[in-house]
Design a protein around this ligand. Structure first.
Ligand code: UGA
Length: 434
């Protein structure tokens, strides 16, 4: 099978590389020559566990190619995956489909023979039909079908998620396209991975609904955590008790400083916009978006309260700026909001992150970056754990506290034992636990 993937961002690069592992002959296309050059040298432009090695193996096996020339990549392709960005619009957070539609126009002129065109980018319901119209207008003779095949990859575990997914969702209209995509996903069919064939509209909504539901689950447990704090309950125990009910499930019930990342915040807002547009308001998700935004700011407030209501001139040490461990991604990370709020209130910030310093430096100013947690804590008035990197879980708390100016410790990921921290003399706060 010959496959072209347009866009070598997170989704495109992981998908393209993994399709080549499945046995397809894959060409990934990107406008960015520098990126393509890097990839040809077998260097991944994104931070993802195992991706460098996989790219290298597949390039060596001559199954994975990179180019800036869209035309040559899509000519003769059995399937073309559109995996370009759909960033939020500045005014209302709707998904901006400019890049997707531009790719559709470029593809229209270049395809030869029957081609299955698939959206992998996260796109609102109705986009596949719109792409179909665009291509038919640009090239009335084109022989093609537009399908939707959303991704469900987590950053940091993307390859594992691609190779062993809970399910694959494919929205399409004809058996002809189904045959081609079944063929492409054959290795997963062999493993009995459920492949759901449905309409493009259902596939498009399934993607947003999945992310919005998970964001809701997190937001729900975060509000329960607030109640636990007021009532001497422990949210970790509540999560376990709830999660053992198979109807609820234990995943995504970890209370924390609010969800972040490049997907949940953007997709939750976009779904509320789609709901408004179709006169089917998504009031639950609207509340989730509002509650999560508020929570990230409220976390900064907690630190200020811990520092006796005033952080002016005080040194606050931040452990973790990535939105979650095993990534260098800081987009919509709670740490960014917390740091910026503290700086506004006059705090000085020292920080550490095992992977995200470079990315964070593009957004944050005046940070005293340190190589490890102990250096962050030196002379600090408070230390705050925002990202649950393994490095921080194994910290010697006694040593950490020994050089702090005031032993204030805010653990927004509940990685430490509260009794132990207090026995060591910390003024310790966490999430949903007394
Ligand atoms: C998410 C989804 O999990 C993927 O299925 C989806 O494909 C992807 O978005 C996407 O749309 O591309 P990702 O953004 O990589 O993946 O991150 P998650 O692991 O889902 O975490 C998102 C946020 O929720 C993080 O800030 C994390 O700290 C937070 N979270 C997660 C919690 O606060 N508690 C939990 O129990 C779980």
């Amino acid at each position: 099978m010959k496959v072209a993937v347009i866009g070598t961002g997170y989704v495109g690069l992981v998908s393209g590389t993994c399709f080549s592992v499945f046995g397809a002959d894959v060409t990934c296309v990107d406008l960015d020559l520098e990126k393509v050059d890097k990839l040809r040298r077998k260097i991944s432009p994104i931070y993802e566990n195992g991706l460098d090695d996989l790219i290298s193996n597949q390039v060596d096996a001559n199954r994975l190619h990179f180019t800036t020339d869209l035309k040559s990549a899509v000519q003769g392709a059995d399937a073309i995956f559109i995996a370009v960005g759909t960033p939020p619009m500045a005014d209302d957070g709707r998904a901006d489909l400019t890049f997707v539609y531009q790719v559709a126009r470029d593809i229209a002129k270049a395809i030869t023979g029957y081609t299955v065109i698939v959206t992998k980018s996260t796109v609102p319901v109705g986009t596949a039909r719109e792409i179909k119209k665009i291509i038919s207008t640009e090239n009335p003779d084109a022989d093609f079908e537009v399908c939707s095949n959303p991704e469900f990859l987590r950053e940091g575990a993307a390859i594992q998620d691609f190779m062993n997914p809970d399910r694959v969702v494919i929205g399409l209209d004809t058996h002809r396209a189904q045959k081609i995509l079944k063929n492409l996903y054959q290795p997963l069919l062999y493993k009995d991975v459920p492949i759901i064939f449905t309409t493009p509209e259902s596939a498009e909504i399934a993607k947003y609904a999945s992310n919005a539901f998970l964001a809701t689950k997190i937001t729900f447990i975060n509000e329960i955590a607030n109640l636990c704090e007021k009532t001497n309950a422990n949210v970790d125990d509540v999560s376990v008790a709830m999660g053992l009910d198979a109807r609820i499930g234990s995943k995504f019930l970890r209370a924390g400083p609010g969800y972040g990342g490049s997907c949940f915040p953007k997709d939750a807002v976009a779904l509320t916009q789609t709901g408004q547009h179709h006169n089917a308001p998504q009031t639950i998700i609207e509340a989730v978006v509002k509650t999560n935004n508020y929570r990230q700011h409220a976390m900064a407030e907690r630190i200020i309260v811990m520092c006796n209501g005033d952080v002016r001139g005080k040194k606050i040490g931040i452990l973790g700026v990535a939105f979650k461990p095993k990534t260098d991604d800081v987009r919509d990370s709670p740490a960014i909001v917390i740091i910026q709020n503290l700086q506004k209130m006059g705090a000085r910030i020292s920080a550490n992150d095992p992977a995200a310093q470079e990315q964070a430096t593009k957004i944050l100013n005046d940070i005293d970056w340190r190589d490890n947690a102990y250096d962050v804590a030196q002379d600090a008035d408070a230390v705050v754990v925002v990202t649950e990197w393994d490095d921080y879980k194994t910290i010697d708390l006694k040593r950490l506290g020994s050089t702090m100016k005031s032993k204030n410790l805010a653990d927004f990921r509940n990685i430490y034992d509260a009794n132990n921290a207090r026995e060591l003399g910390f003024n310790y706060i966490s999430i949903g636990r007394m």
